[in-house]
Design a binder for this molecule. Structure first.
Ligand code: FES
Ligand code: FES
Length: 156
């Protein structure tokens, strides 16, 4: 691979080393190189939030970050947080409130919602809406998503 760079990073707690092209975006690396297709690609320019993942504890747009920028970082994806049961309450609430239809936005929405849940504050519906305003959903109208996130936040 021309001008490829070697990177080593933690993916969902597992150390991974790969050779990547410098222009490879993190979400493409996760999906194409590692087969972690839970993070979706929508707009590819930082607007829709479908590609949201966690890097060193902060949620980021996987389509705006290069894989090489994640060298040495800890990256958590929806697969990892699902396997560890970190997302279990949100997943149950989304299911219970019918907060998904096609499901395309759901991985990114869950990652953004969990970022709020981890702050352990009783956020208002307005604050919840504000927090997920960078995650687009074409199907649900958001009401059920806010209901689900609010339910989990009330339990915290
Ligand atoms: S695909 Fe990254 S924000 Fe839309
Ligand atoms: S459930 Fe279809 S885009 Fe959100």
């Amino acid at each position: 691979m021309e001008h490829a760079l070697d990177i080593t990073l933690s993916i969902n707690g597992v150390e991974v080393s790969r050779r990547v092209a410098p222009r490879t975006h993190l979400v493409d690396f996760l999906r194409d190189d590692l087969g972690l297709t839970g993070s979706h690609i929508g707009c590819e320019h930082g607007v829709c939030g479908a590609c949201t993942v966690r890097v060193n504890g902060d949620i980021v747009r996987g389509c705006l970050m290069l894989a090489v920028q994640a060298n040495g970082c800890r990256v958590d994806t929806v697969e990892g947080l699902s396997d560890s049961k970190e997302l279990a309450k949100l997943q149950k609430a989304f299911h219970g409130h019918n907060a998904l239809q096609c499901g395309f936005c759901t991985p990114g929405m869950l990652m953004a919602a969990q970022d709020l849940v981890l702050q352990k504050k009783k956020f208002s519906r307005e604050e919840i809406r504000d927090h997920i305003s960078g995650n687009y959903c074409r199907c649900t109208g958001y009401q059920a998503i806010v209901d689900a996130i609010e339910e989990v936040i009330q339990q915290a």
